[in-house]
Design a protein around this ligand. Sequence first.
Ligand code: ADP
Ligand code: MG
Length: 211
Amino acid sequence: MDENVTTAVLEEWVRRFATLVAQNRDHLTELDAAIGDADHGSNMDRGMRAAVAALDESPPATAGALFTKVGMTLVSTVGGASGPLFGTLFLRIGTSFGDSDTASPPDFAAALRAGLGGVVARGKAEPGDKTMYDALAPAVDALDAALLEHLPLGAALKVARDAAAAGRDATTPMLARKGRASYLGERSVGHQDPGATTVALLLEAATESPF
Ligand code: ADP
Ligand code: MG
């Protein structure tokens, strides 16, 4: 079975994510205007533009170097909650991939799970808190389950994308318990979480990349 993921494909994924974030910047900011401070779209767009510029400047040789660069760029260019949280997601993915230049589908799923672990370590979100966790955790679980059923990685990522989208939609009726949105209490109910929306874009980008 030659289904291994190369660093080049992973880089395409990151670049596609940056494009989707740019295209959805205003939408993400509108979502954050409803339950936050209207900066999530501009935060993520600024960070991912800087990440792409860093990749253009010196193309990384390994998956570890790729995600470490993206993570460090997000941490250093994005303030607020999402810089450290998305930064940690990518940094932990990078650490999980390490120095190898190809990864098997289970390696890929393990890297994503490591990233989820980083988000939890950093932000202490629990299921149902109305955060990016609520889209990311179902996606990681769905990816593991699909690979266990021997789906090829491309098909498994579509299952994970659908789980992320369902998780994103499920944040709407939730009461926010973490981050700025939690200050609103009951008034946070009825609005889709911006960070969960960005996670759904990350999985969408994966299905639009040549995995
Ligand atoms: P800020 O809230 O500092 O303005 P952003 O608007 O860029 O940062 O990002 C807000 C998003 O961050 C939320 O929609 C939520 O998904 C995510 N978030 C906030 N706090 C946490 C947390 N403790 N754990 C996980 N995700 C969080
Ligand atoms: Mg905000």
